[in-house]
Design a protein around this ligand. Structure first.
Ligand code: HEM
Length: 212
């Protein structure tokens, strides 16, 4: 894929990632944020954060299965937008929902398990966002960086649990997110165990040759 095309695709990706924010702003200015605007904004930003986080996790399998290596250039963009929406989600909770009432927030975090899990999911996203730039890969080394960035899976799993726990009756939406994430995780585990088997077979072959 030529650089010129990548730039255009990045513009498209930025536009797609900003649709949710644009929709919220449009609804705000047209006073169309439903009967419960705070709940609406919290849910919309939470869902978008989770969608983008899972989309960023889908990049590697899609790249490997399709052979489109250029896809990797979109992983950071999606991950950072996921963090951006998670941050908006948290800000809505802190500023609009709780009006900076730290005591009540602490009570929520300790007494309402779905909030505890949401906070954990967000906390795991922070080191990923901080180390998302190229200098961090250089400084940490590719191996350590990759290891740290597996936290994205943990964050997404916690995000799905947070969502699942929050809904009371219809679990269709969190179950759909969970199913997609499960497929991505299974793919990762299969690739990982295959490479372990190959490495194991290589070592066994070397040992057999050495003993001849
Ligand atoms: C920073 C800590 C977090 C807090 C305090 C928090 C809080 C909340 C609250 C209070 C709601 C329910 C809103 C309502 O119905 O009134 C909610 C929903 C939700 N949150 Fe979070 N959350 C956090 C982190 C996250 C993260 C990191 C994600 C995604 C990875 C996420 C995804 C969601 C989703 C998908 C929903 C449900 C949306 C829906 O029902 O349509 N949250 N969160």
């Amino acid at each position: 894929m030529k650089n010129k095309h990548i730039i255009w695709l990045k513009v498209v990706a930025w536009v797609v990632c900003l649709i949710s924010l644009g929709d919220l702003l449009y609804r705000y200015f047209t006073q169309n944020l439903s009967a419960n605007p705070i709940e609406f904004v919290t849910n919309e930003t939470g869902q978008t954060a989770l969608k983008l986080l899972i989309a960023s996790l889908a990049i590697t399998p899609m790249r490997k299965l399709s052979g489109w290596n250029w896809l990797i250039r979109f992983r950071r963009l999606l991950g950072l937008f996921a963090f951006f929406y998670a941050f908006l989600h948290l800000t809505t909770f802190v500023v609009l929902d709780k009006f900076f009432d730290w005591q009540e927030m602490l009570r929520d975090v300790t007494k309402r398990p779905f909030i505890t899990v949401g906070v954990l999911s967000f906390v795991l996203m922070v080191p990923l966002a901080v180390t998302s730039m190229a200098w961090a890969i250089r400084k940490m080394g590719g191996k350590n960086w990759n290891l740290l960035h597996r936290l994205a899976y943990a964050s997404a799993v916690l995000g799905v649990i947070h969502f699942w726990w929050k809904v009371k009756a219809d679990i269709t939406e969190p179950a759909t997110f969970g199913a997609i994430l499960a497929i991505l995780l299974i793919y990762r585990i299969v690739v990982w165990s295959r490479s372990r088997l190959k490495a194991g077979a290589g070592t066994a072959a070397k040992a057999a040759l050495a003993s001849e």
